[in-house]
Design a protein around this ligand. Structure first.
Ligand code: SF4
Length: 473
């Protein structure tokens, strides 16, 4: 058994991540991966890494911080090869450690294996207990456990091992693996997290979002289907297998907040989904005001939709410092509180004496919105109405998204009226779940909405969330 005594369970925030992989002979795969990761920076801002293969060995550069902080010209130039995978990572409470920065690499004799993972494995601890005793975990992440489970599964090559281990993993995994001669991309049967395929001249790419394909000049081919395993090598993209999907559960929150507005999933442009959600919200919860304002950037598309449907003009009021990371998921409370002040500066002259509608994508703890309202009150705003383009977040995510545990989710312990009072708004209204699903234009039974309704597509009780392990020593 693996030395599990060195790990303990710890309640914490969790990751959402961006992954990017490319196979292409005669091109600078590390440089292209850098730009791919750069465009996926919104999915994780506290660690990044790239691993390349030259056909013999895998070589990695990893570090804490933004993609542009981790890599420089010298580091990119040191990564020579014909295939690579990369990862951008979000940290957890106290969990922003170099050992957890991906790709995870298993150093094996002549057969190194690397993984870049977006998701969360609920049964990671159970799987860790079943690993052979000679396995020494070097990180506190479920991804490394997945790697060792795959390594110890039957099969004459890596794709067969992935196939034979597939059903052992409970939870969410959109993954790109790198062997010494190919990429293997695979996605859990629920399809929680996105994974798309693209082509760049004669090279092939797998990555989290289509915006990364656009950035590197690649053409979108298709999504990796839920339950599908594909290899990417000199023969192109080949399907290894497709495990049948009993229940598809694409993450509704990708449309609300996580993905970039210029990405497309399930044929739906994220910007348009958000705009429609704003329109529906305007019909569901109308209110008189002088101006519709977005909490930038994730509230912008929805605010445009709200303005369009309500006929109330849209205006920029909160000027965002875009060089600061997202605040609701910063690890410590004092950083979050400082972050709001650093992040938004209102146009005082524009809002003085006005009745404004602030449109935001979601309310998680309520502390950010409370601060924004306080700042705006200080500017002499007459009325502040909050319109939220998603339903109340009442339950934690077990599928790779950075929501706090239930007792820290404000909508799990306060009513909407109480939240309105807590944040200091003149009125507060949320989009209905039906309204959000309608905006997505995806069949309701193909979506995960667990954090809004507590109905999980698989048992999660006692389940583990990503990076809930903490090394004691
Ligand atoms: S629980 Fe929420 S955040 Fe997690 S996968 Fe489901 S919809 Fe997405």
């Amino acid at each position: 058994m693996v030395n599990i005594q060195k790990l303990k369970y710890k309640e914490s925030l969790k990751d959402k991540c961006g992954i990017f992989g490319i196979y292409g002979k005669g091109i600078d795969v590390a440089r292209i991966s850098f730009f791919g990761l750069y465009s996926l920076q919104h999915r994780g801002q506290e660690g990044a890494g790239i691993t390349v293969t030259d056909g013999k060995n895998l070589k990695s550069v990893k570090g804490l911080g933004l993609v542009s902080t981790v890599f420089d010209e010298e580091k990119i130039n040191s990564l020579k090869g014909f295939a690579s995978i990369g990862h951008t990572r979000y940290s957890t409470t106290g969990g922003n450690k170099l050992c957890n920065v991906q790709p995870v690499v298993l150093n094996l004799k002549n057969d190194d294996f690397a993984l870049a993972h977006n998701g969360n494995i609920i049964n990671a601890m159970d799987l860790a207990h079943k690993l052979p005793s000679d396995v020494k975990l070097s990180s506190t992440s479920d991804t490394e456990i997945m790697g060792w489970v795959i390594k110890n599964s039957s099969g004459k090559n890596w794709e067969e091992k992935i196939l034979s281990s597939f059903n052992k993993f409970q939870g969410a995994f959109s993954m790109i693996a790198l062997t010494k001669n190919k990429l293997i991309a695979f996605r859990d049967t629920y399809g929680f997290r996105p994974l798309v395929l693209g082509q760049l001249n004669g090279s092939y790419i797998a990555c989290s979002e289509t915006c990364a394909l656009d950035t590197v000049g690649a053409k979108f081919i298709r999504e990796v289907a839920p339950g599908e395993i594909v290899t990417i090598d000199e023969k192109g993209i080949n399907v290894v297998d497709k495990i049948s999907s009993l229940k598809k559960s694409f993450c509704l929150f990708e449309y609300v907040y996580l993905a970039r507005p210029d990405s497309i999933f399930n044929k739906q442009l994220v910007h348009q989904v958000r705009q429609r959600s704003g329109e529906i919200l305007a019909h569901e919860s109308p209110i008189g005001a002088d101006i519709v304002v977005a909490v930038p950037d994730s509230g912008t598309s929805a605010a445009i939709g709200y303005s369009k449907a309500s006929g109330i003009p849209y205006g920029e009021v909160l000027i965002k410092n875009r060089y600061i990371g997202r605040t609701f998921i910063q690890p410590e409370q004092y950083i979050r509180e400082m972050g709001v002040k650093l992040k938004f500066n209102p146009l005082k002259k524009i809002v003085k004496g006005k009745r404004i509608i602030i449109v935001d994508d979601s309310i998680v703890r309520g502390t950010t919105m409370k601060k924004i309202i306080k700042i705006l009150r200080g500017c002499g705003v007459r009325k502040i109405h909050i319109r939220v383009c998603s339903p109340p977040v009442t339950d934690p995510c077990y599928f790779g998204i950075d929501t706090p545990n239930k007792k820290k989710l404000i909508a799990s312990y306060l009513t909407i009226k109480e939240i309105e009072k807590f944040i200091g708004a003149d009125s507060l209204a949320y989009l209905s779940l039906d309204g959000l699903k309608k905006a997505s234009r995806i069949k309701s039974n193909r979506l995960c909405s667990s954090c809004f309704d507590g109905k999980y597509p698989m048992p999660v009780e006692g389940g583990f969330r990503k990076d809930v392990f903490e090394t004691i020593n």
